[in-house]
Design a protein around this ligand. Structure first.
Ligand code: GLU
Length: 418
């Protein structure tokens, strides 16, 4: 267990414990919710392009199945381990419940640095990982999706491997697929659109005029770049963005579409974008902006830097970017945090729409998908915001009270077998 994942799991358990206290849960129910339903460690041996054998380790944790089949992403990341996946699977349980989707929560991953694999090696990892999971996944069992270091191509390989093993076409076994093999219109930008819907709701609630709202986004990958683009389209001034290599800052506002072209045209980083100052990832988090969107990795705002965060609103695009200790420091300084299980729930919300389309064999238009996404996100945001105001708790606590509460209700209604 690495220190980071250890902290992530302790944080997830602490957030559940707070919700359990608010909900007045019995110790037995709390125990049931703390414990993953299934957790597997998988050996993922692959041949490298030079013929050498590489034995990787993969994981899948199905945290809770009370509300439906398990649902959650698969990450390819060097630091991934069982504790990290367990923490993220638990967060998925509360996220799907908060979004009111008929799912439980899961997460999976392979401990590997995807940047060090060729495309062919990455395909072998995806296929071997999927093959080992065949008995545990399926449209009514557990439905993987993309996460850090994976994408729609990885989902296509996983679906194809599942079909080869079972002898059946079952596009609903994974979501976040390419459009050509049963993906949904509007899935690609869904997480980012959801982030923007909740961010704008939080800003409006606090009386911000969008035209003068300044924004910094950490992470310029598939979630962060589109979040920055949509925020600018909504009228905000995006003054800083960053990726793993560092960031760029322009107080007058960045042209996000031009930045995306700069990265796509081979720069491979926002750094080098003409006319903007270079800043570090840590510095970006401390900029004096109205809205900060950490959309890269977990644990970037901790007790070490929370006191230096000057944004009024922090919207968690990534899973777990703010640590539990930092939560307290931010709250003491009047910084509002829109929590991950609410802010980035747009991805799994459209995953659900994709799965429904797959089961029915009937696709929706992008307009339909976006309308449904907006409805789900706005309803979830207003439920959380209303409960936070009513109980005098943070948005994170309110989101957990709702999510955990729905899972408890499902457990109580189903009863215990045998
Ligand atoms: N990996 C995304 C998340 O953390 C999407 C999960 C899904 O669509 O199942 O929410």
């Amino acid at each position: 267990m690495s220190l980071g994942s250890d902290v992530a799991l302790a944080t997830a358990q602490r957030r559940l414990a707070t919700a359990a206290r608010h909900l007045g849960l019995s110790d037995d129910m709390h125990d049931l919710l703390r414990t993953p339903r299934r957790a597997v460690t998988i050996s993922v041996p692959i041949r490298r392009d030079d013929g050498e054998l590489l034995v990787l380790t993969g994981y899948r944790v199905q945290h809770n199945l009370a509300r439906g089949p398990a649902k959650g992403g698969v990450r390819f990341h060097a630091g991934t381990d069982l504790a990290e996946v367990q923490a993220l699977a638990m967060a998925m349980t509360w996220k799907t419940a908060l979004m009111n989707l008929p799912y439980g929560g899961a997460k999976g991953g392979v401990a590997v640095e995807p940047g060090l694999l060729s495309a062919a090696e990455k395909e072998r990892v995806a296929r071997r990982y999927a093959a080992e999971l065949v008995p545990l996944i399926g449209p009514d069992l557990d439905i993987p999706a993309p996460d850090v270091g994976t994408d729609e191509q990885v989902m296509a390989w996983m679906m194809d491997t599942y079909a080869a093993h079972t002898g059946r076409t079952a596009p609903g076994v994974v979501t976040g697929k390419p459009l050509s093999v049963g993906g949904s219109a509007g899935r690609a930008g869904a997480t980012s659109r959801g982030i923007v819907i909740t961010a704008l709701a939080a800003l409006r609630e606090r009386g911000h005029d969008l035209g003068s709202t300044t924004v910094a986004v950490q992470g310029f990958g598939k979630v962060g770049a589109l979040a920055a683009l949509y925020l600018r389209a909504a009228g905000c001034r995006v003054v800083a963005v960053s990726d793993v290599k560092g960031g760029v800052h322009d107080p007058g506002g960045l042209d996000v579409a031009a930045l995306m072209r700069h990265v796509a045209d081979g720069a491979d980083s926002v750094i080098g974008y003409p006319g903007a100052d270079v800043i570090g990832n840590g510095e970006l988090l401390e900029l004096d902006v109205d809205l900060l969107v950490p959309a890269a990795v977990e644990n970037v705002i901790t007790e070490a830097n929370a006191d230096r965060v000057r944004a009024g609103v922090v919207v968690e695009g990534a899973n777990g970017p703010v640590s539990a200790e930092a939560d307290q420091a931010l709250a003491d300084n009047g910084v509002v945090v829109v929590p991950d299980i609410l802010a980035n729930g747009g991805g799994v919300a459209v995953s659900h729409l994709e799965w429904v389309q797959n089961l029915r064999g009937y696709p929706w238009s992008e307009v339909d998908v976006r309308r449904q996404l907006r409805e789900v996100m706005e309803r979830a945001y207003h439920e959380v915001s209303a409960l936070a105001a009513e109980r005098g708790v943070s948005l994170r606590e309110a989101a957990h009270i709702i999510g955990v509460g729905r899972v408890v209700e499902a457990h109580q209604t189903r009863g215990l077998y045998p």
